[in-house]
Design a protein around this ligand. Structure first.
Ligand code: ADP
Length: 423
């Protein structure tokens, strides 16, 4: 194992893992910092992505969790490190990107790191230190209204400086365009000026590749998943890994499949509607029936067993229905009831032989993975950008299991059928 990635949330971890696989690194993702012995699938991978839940926790907790991940990755053999943050740089003036970056740098004994959330394929670009979402400045985009991390300033140098003890500086697009040698030289002169965190401009994939090559001497990068595009080649050029066209290969499974949807996002609503419109088997999980104590889970499992093709079980609701359910039950209570029910159903389906499970919703995916007692995933080919098929690393007597875990808003209208066709 060569590359250790510390990701500040679960779906972000899967996203960066998918990028690494695409470029030829055999990659596994762990859910939290692994405990106990290192499974052979982890030891034998080129890259390990540790998925934390540290994006919006108090900064001190994020630092402690990230350092624990770093120490585990170092003990497992990692020599290059990547702190994966959101491509919209989700954070507050108090953290957590700056404090975590500085703690990791201190632990690694490095005076400088490259900071670049750009992901041009998804419309995230950095120009003169300002982050754009599509054609809008970050601070003009919907992100300024984010409930936990409202991004009111698109200037990443200024934003990150509020979070940092050490200086933050800019590596401008004109230097980036001149390529790796110019980048390395500018990084050195910035370091001589005491700049510890260097925000890199990148408006396209060429810029990301230049940055990766020019910053290859730095042991830690702080980045969205875009910069991962250039990293595997850097590691291969160094002779640390051999890139393989088979990085995404997972076992071929043909056993029963099912879809669980716990997201109420616009994209998931469309995917559920398309599935139903096509006449495929679908059953709605009603939170109010759950709250009344009805045997919703048991009934759903019995119904699912009776289907002759892959069933969809969904709690997905439109905004008005969601609001009235939340008014009746409370937002947190309704969410917890639904997550618990879908996780219980997932467990029942897998115990009854389901081998391929598609799950829609970030929190829902977390609950399902926990209920299935899955701690490690091998990463396969992408179904759509940011969402790969994965295979759970499980004991031999547990039977094989593939999971496609999708954050709510990902995927086109036919995502569920596309996922099942690709499994
Ligand atoms: P997303 O990735 O779209 O944010 P999540 O799974 O992270 O999806 O979050 C959706 C939340 O909404 C979960 O807590 C889920 O349990 C809850 N939920 C889903 N359907 C309903 C519903 N019909 N009524 C109330 N809460 C719901």
């Amino acid at each position: 194992m060569i590359l250790g990635v510390i990701a500040d949330d679960f779906t972000g971890a899967t996203d960066v893992a998918s990028m690494l696989v695409r470029a030829g690194l055999r990659t596994v993702q762990t859910i939290g910092v692994p405990q106990g012995e290192i499974p052979p699938e982890v030891a034998g991978a080129d890259a390990v992505v540790v998925a934390l839940k540290s994006r919006t926790t108090p900064a001190a907790d994020a630092v402690a969790d990230s350092l624990a991940a770093l120490h585990w990755l170092q003990a497992a053999g990692a020599r290059q490190f990547y702190f994966k943050v959101c491509s919209t740089f989700d954070s507050t003036p108090a953290g957590n990107i700056g404090p975590v970056a500085e703690a990791l740098m201190a632990a690694l004994g490095t005076p400088q790191t490259l900071v670049c959330p750009a992901f041009p394929e998804n419309g995230r670009t950095v120009f003169r230190g300002h982050l754009f979402v599509g054609d809008e400045l970050l601070s003009d985009s919907g992100m300024r209204h984010h409930p936990l991390t409202p991004m009111s300033d698109s200037n990443l140098v200024r934003w990150m400086q509020q979070q940092c003890q050490h200086r933050v500086g800019l590596l401008r697009h004109d230097v980036v365009a001149r390529g790796a040698a110019a980048i390395t030289e500018r990084l050195a002169s910035l370091q001589a000026d005491g700049v510890a965190h260097v925000v890199g401009d990148a408006v396209d994939n060429d810029a990301l590749r230049h940055l990766a090559a020019g910053a290859s001497h730095l042991p830690l990068w702080v980045a969205g998943s875009g910069l991962a595009l250039g990293l595997p080649q850097v590691l291969a050029d160094r002779g640390w890994v051999t890139l393989t066209a088979h990085a995404a290969d997972l076992d071929a499974l043909t056993g029963p499949a099912a879809v669980l949807a716990g997201s109420c996002s616009t994209a998931t609503q469309g995917q559920v509607a398309r599935w139903i419109a096509a006449g495929r088997p679908a059953l709605r999980i009603d939170p109010l029936a759950l709250a009344r104590g009805e045997p919703v889970g048991a009934d759903a499992l019995a119904w699912a067993q009776a289907q002759t093709s892959a069933p969809l079980l969904y709690a997905t609701a439109d905004a008005a229905t969601l609001a009235s359910t939340q008014a009746a039950l409370g937002v947190a209570e309704a969410g917890a009831l639904v997550e618990h029910a879908l996780a219980h159903i997932a467990r029942g389906l897998v115990d009854a032989g389901t081998q391929r499970l598609v799950v829609a919703g970030g929190e829902t995916s977390g609950a399902v993975v926990q209920a299935l007692d899955v701690h490690t995933l091998r990463i396969g080919a992408a179904i759509c950008p940011g969402v790969p098929w994965t295979q759970a690393v499980r004991a031999a007597d547990q039977g094989p299991l593939k999971l496609a875990l999708k954050s709510g808003n990902f995927g086109g209208p036919e995502f569920f059928t596309e996922a099942l066709a690709a499994a």
